[in-house]
Design a protein around this ligand. Structure first.
Ligand SMILES: NC(=O)c1ccc[n+]([C@@H]2O[C@H](COP(=O)([O-])OP(=O)(O)OC[C@H]3O[C@@H](n4cnc5c(N)ncnc54)[C@H](OP(=O)(O)O)[C@@H]3O)[C@@H](O)[C@H]2O)c1
Length: 394
């Protein structure tokens, strides 16, 4: 829905994060185009309140009920509505005056609000890959029911979306997801055992939140993206390749039956795919460095190493197995990444915990969102228990 003043209503879920602040940076540069409806965050209350005041949001929500009073105090006298708790985040996503919802909460916590936006038929700019990974079939069915539009924000999926001829799908042979390889692309397996959270979050090309940075370092991020691509583009796992491309200039490719390969290129800056999703089907200016291929000179490619990066194999197997396996994979990974960031387990233990959690649970397909939430919770409990044995074994 377009605002009465002619501006495009926008809600940002996860407004204080890396994607959320990049989105608001574009909104700041286009004040006549976008009207901020609701902003949500979890812990960074002062940043949330500051953004809500700057963009004159109608509503500011923290998903943490314990932070309600802090947010209320920070917005005292502003006239901005304040709410707290996971249900309030879902309500924010439901606000009809936002034609577009940027889904940029990290992890499975983004599932319920993203689904709420989908259910009301909004345009959903989807950064939160975890919700497609843990509930892909239900999400795509909800999109088909409501007529919502999913606009991929993940740079790889955004690239594919730009070059994927959906009207003539029979001409498409496969998708090629590119991967930077992360900070440990050249690190020996023995040395990966001792890497610290600081080393893991220091991505060579992209500036991102902590969880996705660790996922990039383990290459679980590419595994999650494989599952995301399967759901977004209705492509079987066997027709999605992964190719390491360290410069992160080609963001992904689509190969056609006549031998043509179409790619989208750009400097690694998330404001390009965010701008594409916000303006789609038009284009808007983004203040990003322009690509100078002459200066870059060389683009290189290599096959991923499935021995040093077992997360890729686990994600492929989970997708092949189907049912609840991707939900279990995602939940166990979230628990393991948090434990790694909290220095409770080592880097290589992340994939070990995910593998062991998958082996312990029945991956029966969840038939409803409640069943997804139940399976996610069971996988989290199992992964937490397994963390104990990983620590005990060290
Ligand atoms: N960053 C990237 O370049 C990038 C690229 C592609 C895809 N993505 C995807 O985009 C999503 C966001 O990534 P990010 O890097 O922007 O993450 P981030 O910087 O960690 O930000 C996460 C956002 O989610 C909020 N949040 C955290 N826990 C929450 C909870 N339990 N309930 C509700 N909100 C919660 C955070 O609030 P507080 O900060 O206030 O706690 C913050 O606003 C992820 O799914 C990621 O995979 C990111």
């Amino acid at each position: 829905m377009t605002e009465a003043d002619g501006r495009h209503g926008l809600t940002v879920l996860g407004a204080t994060g890396s994607i959320g602040t990049s989105t608001l940076d574009l909104v700041r540069r286009n004040p006549d185009t976008f009207k901020v409806v609701a902003l949500t965050a979890h812990s960074r209350i002062l940043e949330l309140a500051e953004a809500a005041r700057e963009f004159n949001a109608e509503l500011a929500v923290t998903s943490d009920p314990a932070r309600y009073q802090d947010l209320k105090a920070a917005l005292e006298g502003s006239g901005i509505e304040v709410a707290a708790g996971p249900e309030a985040v879902v309500e924010a996503a439901r606000r009809p005056s936002a034609r577009t919802v940027m889904a940029a909460i990290v992890g499975a916590a983004g599932l319920a609000p993203t689904l709420a936006a989908v259910a009301r038929g909004a345009r959903v700019a989807l950064a939160n890959k975890e919700c497609l990974v843990c509930a892909g079939d239900l999400m795509t069915a909800a999109v088909a029911d409501s007529g919502a539009v999913l606009l991929p924000v993940d740079s790889e999926h955004n690239a594919i979306f730009q070059v994927f001829d959906d009207e003539r799908r029979e001409g498409i042979e496969k998708i090629i997801l590119t991967a930077s390889g992360g900070p440990f692309r050249r690190t020996a397996l023995e040395d990966m055992r001792a890497v610290t959270p600081e080393q893991a979050v220091a991505h060579p090309n992209w500036s991102m939140g902590a969880k996705i940075s660790v996922d990039s370092a383990s290459m679980m991020n590419k595994g999650l993206e494989l599952i995301e691509a399967h759901h977004l583009f209705a492509m079987p796992e066997s027709r999605i390749d992964i190719l390491v491309h360290p410069q992160s200039v080609i963001h992904s490719m689509v190969a056609y039956v006549d031998g043509s390969v179409l790619a989208q290129l750009g400097c690694p800056d998330m404001r390009t795919p965010i701008a594409y999703a916000l303006a789609w089907p038009a284009r808007m200016k983004a203040p990003v460095e322009r690509l100078d291929l002459g200066k870059i000179a060389t683009l290189s490619f290599e096959a991923p190493d499935l021995v040093r990066f077992p997360a890729l194999r686990l994600a492929r197997e989970a997708l092949r197995q189907g049912g609840g396996a991707p939900t279990i994979l995602n939940a166990a990974n979230e628990v393991a990444v948090a434990a790694f960031l909290g220095r409770r387990i080592g880097f290589l233990d992340i994939a070990a915990v995910v593998d062991a959690t998958l082996a312990r649970l029945d991956p029966k397909a969840p038939a409803s969102i409640d069943e997804v939430i139940g399976l996610d919770a069971a996988a989290r409990r199992t992964a937490e228990d397994l963390l104990g044995s990983v620590v005990a074994a060290q």
